[in-house]
Write a protein that binds this ligand. Structure first.
Ligand code: HEC
Length: 158
């Protein structure tokens, strides 16, 4: 994906994020201590207490103004053009990671890699200079995390 395109899709993501944040009340995520998390750790429990919906998760993941995973990743979604290659190809990702590891990556990619450019989709703290209206808010809701996770676990290596 061209850089200019990436910027545009990010402008879209920010607008989408603004809309989503308005709608999604911050949930009380895992009792899991993100500050102590290490590579190979995971968040074992569902953030909502229930399994997610893979179909909804797929549409959130590939939606340019929601998950926008395609800005950086390739997914098995032929209906969308221009998949990204900044991050690893996510086809077969469930064969490489356990669900708990994928959940942690979605909630807080920066816990595993402080230098990553992947957004920490459900992290409420640890940002600097956040505008007041966004403080304590997350990019996507706990339900979105669980739905996207339910989709990711279907992506097994053939
Ligand atoms: C701005 C770019 C960007 C966006 C948007 C993004 N990611 Fe990532 N992602 C990365 C990068 C880069 C990595 C490589 C690891 C790192 O940087 O820590 C990664 C790693 C991952 C991994 C681990 C894959 C592996 O094989 O190691 C998963 C799973 C993942 N991302 C899922 C997602 C999902 C699902 C979304 C959308 C909800 C998403 N990412 C959005 C950049 C992004």
């Amino acid at each position: 994906m061209k850089f200019s395109k990436l910027i545009y899709s990010f402008a879209g993501l920010m607008i989408g994020t603004a809309l989503t944040i308005g709608l999604s009340a911050p949930s009380d995520a895992a009792e899991f201590d993100l500050a102590k998390a290490r590579v190979g750790d995971g968040i074992p429990k569902s953030l909502t207490g229930k399994p997610g919906n893979a179909k909804k998760g797929r549409s959130t993941a590939i939606h340019r103004k929601k998950g926008n995973c395609l800005a950086c990743h390739t997914l098995p979604a032929p209906e969308q053009a221009d998949h990204g290659n900044i991050g690893p190809d996510l086809r077969g990702v469930a064969s490489r990671y356990k669900p708990a590891e994928l959940r942690l990556r979605l909630v807080s990619a920066k816990t595993l890699n402080p230098d990553t450019i992947m957004p920490s989709f459900h992290l409420k703290t640890g940002y600097h200079r956040v505008q007041k209206k966004w403080q304590g808010k997350t990019i996507i809701s706990a339900q979105d995390v669980e739905d996207i996770l339910a989709y990711l676990v279907t992506l097994k290596e053939k």
